[in-house]
Design a protein around this ligand. Structure first.
Ligand code: C2E
Ligand code: CA
Ligand code: CA
Length: 746
């Protein structure tokens, strides 16, 4: 209903009322009154049509107003004809029936919510008690209640009281039961109606409807109906589903108590006044009440129960939300940590193990980048579902955050089975996922961490699993790695060693020893190999095999390499300066690790070391191992650059790796160093192999150094097969710089 219509309607009804007041007494006035009434009726009809949830209620209100209208027409007819008005007349029937219909309408508005059983029961209790009261106060003493006049006389106060009670009830109803605006308009209508009837009664029917002052309350009634109809047509009772506390309020309890006290009260007054007891109505009323009151109590209990359940469900909901990830509905990090802590606590007492799988998705970022975040969300949800499907009932899978999931395995099976579970997870997660944006595929790297005897704390275990997952990722993704106590110990030792190496570099604990490389034919010194030593303050001299592998796991090896490069080039430059004759053309070999060779900065560092020391590039040899040529794609380019500088490259430990002799031709190397193991063997086949290597190297224009010469026989053999350079304890051990002298004679 539009505001414009309401405004036009208000103007219309105001014009009607004004005209009623202005026209002279007579038929015109009566017609105007009836028109006003009719317009109110029309709006009530509109409300009945529009207000779906309370359609019946409004139909009854409209019917009530219509019957009153009919009564008014009846009265008008009597006035026009001038006939004496009988009692009761047709108009009385219209008014009384109208009141009843109105009462039904109002009552229906009260309980328009289909499940407001409590309200209906309360009304019934009060009605039974009120009915009994009426019976005792009015009806019983009426001499001729059965006559039409008797019923009519009784009918007016009875129906009016009922209307008043209902109007008050509506006014005090919570907003979700009755629209406050509608309740106010209706109450206004009822009030106008009651006051009008009262004035009429006081004048004992002596006034006609043409008496304008007496008519004022009735016009108020028309206005009230019109307003109520308009409001009801406007508000489509959207609040029907709303909840209101309909337990037993103090007011309701009081009302019920008063209703119940009616019976003893009546018995007492009758006893005092020596009246004969009216047993039948008392018996009927008390039977009804003893049915209604327990029913009402039962209802209150049930409502209380329902609201308790509702509150519990609400609390459960909240708890669930706090412990779960909104996207996947999996347990969240906080909940996982709590569960993990509980598991570990139990494990500490029982000596059981606790196993944790850290599942890190591979290529998830690519899904987000290429298919969008919605697809990413879908992938996470599907992944969550899939993971649940391959786990057992006791296992818990949760979302750690981002594309990381955590699985708690309980009870813990054997490590092999754990690996099985992890692989199953990898397989199921790696299956393509059809999202709305297209096909997505991710993988998973799984880290497994096991806690035995509850020795670690939850955070640590999670970190271990994370680390294992990281290792799985760096070992090629789509796989699982186990992290256990042994690995942890190893890692801790490694971390400690790394710190010590760093400290050693900073405090100058490292030094270089130099081992000579001789010409087999002449016994002349041709080169030195710089070999690092660590003068550890507690452990004494530490050989490189004890710390170089650890340094190679991180960028530490590059720092070491830089230091060796600088120190070795400077050393040779110094020796050359001190003895240009003896050292003028010997070279210095420095070992370079794979990671260092792969690093972008190596070429610059070599150039810098040469520059700083003033050593010619041709006098520096870089020893590299075969594996680096296979593993590091950048190594080849770096070697090329280094050789362009004029630096010589030597392939160390040759024969232990995978390089075939045929490949030698293509490699960026100048020298071959045959691994010590070949010299040590007396096996004729091995010796033949050495011969083959030397011949091949020469064919490709490479120099050959034989490593690990410890005896004269070995040296003789080298002479025999034509190997021109040798290195070994027999020729000279690695020595500190100050102990190094030029060895020429064998
Ligand atoms: P490598 O490069 O093969 O060095 C030769 C190793 O053999 C040296 O061990 C040397 O002392 C030893 N050696 C030499 N002649 C003989 C012999 O006749 N018999 C026996 N049994 N051994 C002999 P060292 O100094 O302990 O070095 C071990 C490894 O540590 C080296 O093997 C090299 O791979 C690495 N290394 C040493 N210094 C450095 C360095 O400054 N940087 C890097 N990255 N690695 C280094
Ligand atoms: Ca070497
Ligand atoms: Ca070697």
């Amino acid at each position: 209903m539009g505001k414009a219509f309401e405004r036009r309607y208000a103007v219309g009804i105001a014009v009607l009322i004004a005209a009623y007041w202005l026209v002279p007494r007579g038929l015109a006035q009566n017609v105007l009154q009836l028109l006003t009434e009719l317009s109110a009726l029309a709006v009530l009809g509109l409300a009945a049509g529009r207000n779906r949830p309370a359609r019946t209620a409004w139909a009854f209100v409209g019917l009530g107003a219509g019957l009153i209208f009919a009564g008014d027409i009846g009265q008008l007819v009597y006035e026009i004809t001038g006939d004496p008005v009988p009692y009761p007349s047709v108009e009385d029937a219209g008014y009384l029936l109208g009141n009843l219909a109105l009462a039904v309408g109002l009552a229906l508005l009260h309980i328009k919510r289909p499940r407001d059983l409590a309200g209906a029961l309360d009304t019934a209790v009060v009605t039974v008690a009120g009915g009994l009261l009426f019976w005792f106060t009015l009806v019983r003493d009426l001499t001729d209640v059965t006559s039409a006049a008797g019923i009519t006389t009784l009918g007016y106060p009875l129906t009016n009281m009922l209307l008043l009670a209902l109007a008050v009830g509506l006014l005090t109803s919570p907003a979700d039961v009755a629209d406050p605006l509608v309740a106010r308009w209706l109450s206004l209508a009822v009030a106008g109606h009651l006051i009008g009837d009262m004035l009429y009664g006081i004048n004992d029917g002596a006034v006609t409807i043409q008496d304008r002052v007496t008519m004022i309350p009735y016009f108020v009634m028309y206005l009230g109906f019109a307003g109520a109809g308009l409001s009801a047509a406007r508000t489509p009772a959207a609040q029907t589903g709303a909840r209101s506390g309909h337990g037993m309020s103090a007011g309701r309890l009081l009302g019920m108590y008063a209703a119940l006290m009616v019976i003893p009260g009546l018995l007492l007054t009758d006893h005092v006044r020596h009246h004969a007891l009216d047993q039948v109505p008392l018996a009927i009323a008390s039977t009804l009440l003893s049915l209604l009151v327990p029913a009402r109590m039962w209802l209150a209990m049930r409502q209380l129960e329902a609201s308790t359940q509702q509150r519990d469900a609400f609390r459960e909901d909240l708890a669930h939300q706090a412990a779960h990830d909104a996207l996947t509905d999996l347990p969240n990090r906080a909940y996982l940590m709590e569960t993990l802590a509980a598991l570990m606590h139990r494990a500490r007492r029982s000596g059981e193990e606790v196993a944790l799988l850290f599942v890190d998705l591979d290529y998830f970022k690519r899904v987000n980048d290429q298919l969008g975040h919605a697809a990413g969300d879908e992938v996470l949800r599907t992944t969550a579902e899939r993971m649940k499907s391959v786990l057992r009932a006791g296992d818990v899978v949760g979302r750690q955050g981002g594309d990381e999931f955590v699985v708690l395995i309980d009870p813990v099976p054997s490590p092999a089975e754990l690996m099985d579970i992890a692989e199953r997870l990898v397989t199921i997660v790696s299956a393509p996922i059809l999202t709305a944006a297209g096909k997505a595929q991710v993988g998973a790297s799984v880290g497994i961490a096991l806690a035995r005897d509850g020795q670690t704390d939850p955070e640590q275990l999670l970190q271990d699993a994370d680390l294992a997952a990281y290792r799985a990722k760096s070992n090629g993704r789509g796989r699982a790695e186990i992290f256990d106590q042994a690995l942890r110990t190893e890692l801790e030792a490694r971390a400690k060693l790394e710190a010590e190496i760093r400290h050693g570099l900073a405090t100058d604990q490292f030094e270089l020893h130099y081992q000579p490389v001789m010409s087999v034919a002449t016994g002349q010194l041709r080169s030195y190999e710089a070999l690092i030593r660590w003068r550890h303050p507690e452990r004494g001299m530490v050989p490189p095999n004890d710390f170089i592998p650890t340094a190679e796991e991180s960028l530490l090896i590059c720092e070491i390499g830089r230091w060796v490069l600088r120190r070795a080039t400077r050393q040779l430059a110094e020796w050359t300066q001190a003895d240009p004759e003896g050292h003028g053309d010997i070279t210095m070999a420095v070992n370079i690790s794979a990671r260092h060779l792969a690093s972008r900065s190596l070429v610059d560092e070599v150039r810098q070391a040469l520059h700083d020391s003033g050593l010619e590039a041709s006098r520096l040899v870089l020893e590299i191992t075969e594996t680096v040529l296979l593993d590091e794609p950048t190594a080849d380019a770096h070697l090329r650059d280094l050789r362009t500088l004029g630096v010589t490259v030597s392939l160390d430990d040759f024969g232990t790796g995978y390089t075939s002799i045929g490949q030698l031709q293509k490699l960026q190397v100048d020298t071959l160093k045959i691994d010590q193991s070949f010299l040590r063997s007396d096996d004729p086949a091995t010796q033949a192999l050495v011969q083959l290597m030397v011949t091949a190297a020469h064919a490709f224009n490479l120099d050959v150094v034989a490593e690990g010469v410890e005896t004269q026989e070995q040296l003789d053999r080298l002479v025999a097969i034509g190997c021109e350079l040798a290195q070994g304890y027999y020729l000279g051990r690695p020595k500190a710089a100050q102990d190094t002298t030029i060895t020429t004679a064998l």
